[in-house]
Design a protein around this ligand. Structure first.
Ligand SMILES: Cc1cc2nc3c(=O)[nH]c(=O)nc-3n(C[C@H](O)[C@H](O)[C@H](O)COP(=O)(O)OP(=O)(O)OC[C@H]3O[C@@H](n4cnc5c(N)ncnc54)[C@H](O)[C@@H]3O)c2cc1C
Length: 478
């Protein structure tokens, strides 16, 4: 049994949905495009699973968060795919890929061949077993990567109201789940090996702001240790966790958020891999020129930093997917993917955004006892990253623009004093000529991701050297 398509998207997550809308906008013909997904539902906005989906009242449920609502675009229901002649092969795992013969074999025994393949297989949650701890299969041990996980987390939460939960891991899944558990009236203890939460991104100062708030909501933190084993009752439920530091905590439920691993296995030995993902060029094209990779699974060149990175963020999935479709359909007109890394999170009433790179020295600004504060990261004399909590639309736009411009910064204390005004001034000031050589692909002209914290704006291209000259002159005038 076999079918053939011109374009096949392997994976039915965020990137697949955004690729599909781009194919439709660019006039793909009925019957040319197929999406194969292990999940039983059409692509959806995965970040909703740790936010609106876990609310005790009026929780978000499909079809409300099918892609592409997260980017204020059309919501692609199964009906939309049907109307556009896009074949959705759902609930179907691809078990092998033959890159040379351009064929995929599904677990149901079907062969699906393609002219162009977009790999959008995303990533899977790392399991405790990979760290030598068994017990992931217990019914009250929850992970959170897909809808099935989210449904089971909700069921377990509902059966544990007033009980105790242990959250293993202090990254964004752990932080977002801990907040949701508190909102669901569950007592939460977070356990992680680092010195503070969100250790890959936050400075100790930023982390302590959020940790203080979590503590005010009753969350306990146990840092610098890891889980060593579970204790079970006769029905196989976890009743206690043992930590490596010797402590033992009775529990009603456990949520595990210890990282992800990209789903590359189908292509290992067939395509070039890098940074744990599938290596692509600036057109999102893999080492095989009929195959593209996008989203969490792709390791792509980040022009702004001059190196290949693999990002695990929804915005990168959306934009890389659209860019790959443009590169496939209009290769001559499509430039290199020029992406400013962007990540956001929402917990309780907080909302933060981060742009760029958290490399070099961090300079904090704003009111850390209030509700609007942030940090810049300065590396080799230039601003390379910006974080902002509680900003306005204009302020988020300003830090986006400033980060992309990578302005020179000489005086870190002065930068801290100026705080947001620095980004606001940089982004408003007409940039001096001559402009740096920047392709049109480097202009961000996107719609906002969510109306309440719109991030997009027109980014001006400018010479970094000329900017440094201008900024130096301006500083001297103060
Ligand atoms: C709970 C949660 C909350 C998040 N919140 C945020 C956030 O606040 N901000 C942010 O920036 N990012 C967030 N992210 C990350 C963001 O969702 C991911 O970066 C994004 O989903 C990546 O999109 P993708 O299409 O590459 O992969 P995915 O969305 O993971 O989709 C991959 C798809 O491929 C399918 N698949 C894999 N292998 C096969 C196979 N062999 N056969 C068939 N199908 C297969 C999977 O079933 C899945 O449908 C969150 C992620 C999670 C899990």
């Amino acid at each position: 049994m076999g079918r053939a398509f011109v374009y096949v998207i392997l994976g039915g997550g965020v990137a697949a949905g955004y690729a599909a809308v781009e194919f439709a906008k660019r006039g793909v013909s009925h019957g040319e495009l197929c999406i194969i997904s292990e999940e039983p539902v059409a692509p959806y906005e995965r970040p909703a699973l740790s936010k609106g989906f876990l609310l005790p009242e009026s929780p978000a449920r499909l079809p409300s968060f099918h892609t592409c609502v997260g980017d204020n675009e059309e919501r692609l229901t199964p009906k939309w795919y049907k109307e556009h002649g896009i074949e959705l092969v759902l609930g179907t795992r691809v078990k092998s890929a033959d890159v040379r013969r351009r064929k995929l074999l599904t677990a149901t025994g079907e062969t699906i061949s393609y002219k162009f393949l977009i790999i959008a297989t995303g990533a899977r949650a790392l399991k405790l077993e990979e760290f030598g701890v068994s017990g992931s299969e217990a019914e009250n041990v929850c992970y959170l990567r897909d809808l099935a996980d989210a449904n089971s987390l909700v069921n377990v939460m509902q059966s544990c109201s007033g009980g105790n939960a242990i959250v293993i891991g202090g990254g964004y899944i752990g932080m977002e789940c801990a907040a949701s558990l508190v909102i669901n009236k569950i007592n939460v203890t977070m356990v992680f090996p680092e010195a503070h939460c969100m250790a890959r991104l936050f400075t100790p100062k930023i982390a302590s702001y959020y940790e203080d708030y979590y503590q005010s909501k009753g969350v306990k933190f146990i840092k610098g240790t890891v889980l060593s084993s579970f204790e079970f009752d006769s029905s196989g439920k976890v009743t206690a966790v043992n930590l490596r530091d010797g402590s033992r905590l009775p529990v009603d439920m456990v949520v595990v958020g210890i990282g992800i691993r990209p789903n590359t296995s189908l292509f290992e030995g067939q395509l070039t891999l890098e940074k744990g993902g599938i290596k692509v060029n600036g057109k999102l094209q893999t080492s095989n020129n009929s195959i593209y990779a996008v989203g969490d699974v792709a390791a792509f060149p980040v022009k702004l930093f001059g190196e290949t990175r693999r990002l695990e963020h929804v915005d990168a999935a959306r934009k890389s997917a659209k860019h790959a479709v443009a590169a496939i359909l209009e290769p001559e007109k499509t430039g290199e993917f020029d992406y400013l890394p962007f990540f956001y999170s929402r917990v309780f009433a907080f909302s933060w955004q981060f742009y760029g790179d958290n490399a070099g020295e961090a300079v904090h600004f704003g009111d850390y006892s209030g509700s609007t504060f942030g940090a810049y990261w300065i590396s080799k004399g230039h601003l390379v990253g910006s974080f902002l909590e509680g900003g306005t639309k204009e302020e988020y736009e300003a830090i986006t623009n400033a980060t992309r411009l990578k302005p020179a910064v000489e005086d870190l204390a002065e930068l801290g004093r100026q705080g947001l005004n620095f980004a606001l001034t940089v982004s408003k000031k007409p940039q001096p000529t001559p402009p740096m050589e920047v392709s049109t692909a480097s202009l961000i002209l996107e719609k906002p991701i969510f109306p309440w914290y719109a991030t997009a704006g027109v980014v001006v291209a400018a010479s970094i050297a000329a900017f440094a000259y201008w900024y130096g002159r301006r500083r001297r005038r103060w």
